[in-house]
Ligand binder design. Structure first.
Ligand SMILES: C[S@@+](CC[C@H](N)C(=O)[O-])C[C@H]1O[C@@H](n2cnc3c(N)ncnc32)[C@H](O)[C@@H]1O
Ligand code: SF4
Ligand code: SF4
Ligand code: SF4
Length: 456
């Protein structure tokens, strides 16, 4: 994807340098105030930025380019910030749109179990999926094998520019370790048939971890993500904490054997105001390799707004920078910004992700198991059946490049298109953005731009 955007940027600059017409700002330019004298020009598509003085900005705006040195103009053209006025951005977005909405499956979610041995208060699975109603749904080995093969087949047929050689396979739930025999089977199957290179992650509540299992997971190179919202008293506010001490013992073991693991900490009213203390506690007591701070999703958004998390998530990220401990998702956005890699993967934007549930159900989103529109039951695991599945088309229709509000947005290249599950629950439509979420994304993008510029 990086190469595709790089190619477009170079084509645009070449055309601009050859063209004779006037210059104008690219459609994707945003202006960020740095101080009294200077601004940062930011191209939200190519993730290029350039500091210039307000005086020069004024000259460019009023077409007094003769007042600006040639070197600066060439630089701005090279970054795709200034373009020839004949340049039609719709031609560009049309071509990019075909790339964004093409199939290129890189992320597989496997849900070994829709059920869980816990009942966390805030859990969207508990609140929106029917799997917890004594109705223990477990994926069979046959289903897992077919799902894994189908994913690799789909991926092999995807658009080359967007297909990555290293796939990400995430075991999710419910609680994936509830179906432990399936997990052993699937891990062995993936590693023996598809090799060692792919990233395999298990997101777990940690209650069923033990030394034997951990040692096995280390041998097959699995990354663990264990959910915990803080010390016992805080964790129990929203997470079902009946096995808390056991989870901590397993986390300490992971740390002692230098296992590659991270903590998944969900922002909630009990931990958000103490977030730095909690991050310090994680580091001191558990020493993970990274910490994921999850924004609240419904039903938690009734108690804590996403936009109320802006400062807290930012402080958490800055603390991580100081401690050399990645605090996500902002850490990953910074990497994308520095690498000039469009971040389209907050979610399964445009055919990048597929989730398989027990009982042959398929969706783009791991949180929509019981949604009748976006999750379909398929009779056979067949590439055609997936591609023809209307819910995937609908998902693609809503990608950023099809939405005027996204094209105009400063967060366009770093947002990942928003959480459609959040949109669905709040707006009853996956394509209508949640303004609260967007406010968060825009503010974080601005802060990251300034941070990244100041660090240079
Ligand atoms: C749904 S659980 C599934 C995996 C496993 N059972 C676990 O708890 O890690 C995955 C993650 O979603 C988070 N989560 C659950 N409900 C949430 C909500 N309403 N908002 C934000 N995150 C939530 C949990 O804290 C957990 O880290
Ligand atoms: S452990 Fe995970 S799936 Fe189970 S109730 Fe808690 S958040 Fe939900
Ligand atoms: S912040 Fe909102 S408007 Fe902006 S790109 Fe993301 S989803 Fe679109
Ligand atoms: S819609 Fe939201 S919950 Fe679903 S896969 Fe995308 S980011 Fe995750």
């Amino acid at each position: 994807m990086k190469e595709v955007l790089e190619k477009y940027k170079n084509e645009i600059s070449k055309k601009t340098l050859r063209g004779k017409g006037k210059l104008k700002f690219n459609y994707f330019i945003h202006i960020i105030d740095l101080n009294k004298e200077e601004v940062l020009l930011f191209n939200s598509l190519f993730l290029e930025s350039k500091k210039i003085s307000k005086k020069k900005l004024n000259d460019i705006k009023h077409n007094k380019l003769n007042k600006i040195d040639n070197e600066l103009i060439q630089d701005l053209i090279g970054r795709g910030i200034l373009v020839n006025q004949c340049f039609k951005f719709f031609d560009l977005t049309k071509t990019l749109e075909s790339i964004f909405s093409a199939w290129a499956f890189n992320n597989l979610y496997l849900i070994p179990s829709s059920a869980c041995n816990l009942r966390c208060k805030y859990c969207y699975v508990k609140n929106y999926n029917s799997g917890f109603n004594n109705n223990i749904l477990l994926m069979t080995k046959k289903e897992a094998k077919s799902a894994i093969d189908l994913f690799f087949e789909l991926s092999a047929n995807g658009l080359k520019e967007r297909t990555s050689d290293v796939k990400k396979i995430t075991f999710f739930g419910g609680e994936p370790l509830v179906n432990i025999s399936l997990l052993y089977f699937a891990l062995k199957y993936i590693r023996s048939k598809y090799g060692q290179a792919h990233t395999i992650i298990i997101v777990t509540n940690g209650t069923l971890l033990n030394k034997k299992l951990i040692n096995y997971l280390r041998d097959v190179n699995v990354k663990l993500v264990v959910s915990l919202d803080g010390p016992k008293e805080i964790n129990k506010s929203y997470r079902d904490s009946k096995y808390y001490d056991k989870i901590i013992a397993s986390l300490k073991y992971l740390s002692n054997i230098s296992y590659n693991f991270s903590i998944s900490c969900t922002m909630n009213p009990a931990n958000s105001s103490k977030i730095i203390k909690i991050l310090k506690w994680f580091k001191k007591e558990i020493s993970p390799n990274g910490i994921d701070l999850n924004l609240p999703l419904p039903p938690l958004t009734k108690e804590l707004k996403i936009s109320d998390c802006i400062d807290l998530m930012w402080e958490g990220f800055l603390w991580g920078e100081k401690e050399s401990l990645p605090v996500n998702p902002i850490f990953t956005k910074l990497l994308c910004l520095n690498n000039k890699t469009f971040y389209y993967d907050e979610c399964g934007q445009g055919g990048g992700q597929i989730a398989f549930f027990p009982n042959k159900k398929v969706s783009v989103c791991h949180a929509m198991e019981t949604n009748q529109i976006f999750t379909k039951r398929i009779n056979e695991y067949n590439v055609r059946k997936i591609i023809d599945n209307k819910c995937f088309d609908e998902w693609n229709r809503c990608n950023c490049l099809n939405r005027e509000d996204c094209l105009r947005c400063i967060a366009f290249g770093l947002c990942g298109g928003g959480c459609k599950f959040n949109n669905l629950v709040k707006k009853n439509n996956i394509c209508i953005n949640d303004e609260d979420y967007c406010r968060y994304q825009r503010e974080i993008t601005k802060r990251l731009l300034i941070y990244s510029y100041e660090k240079k």
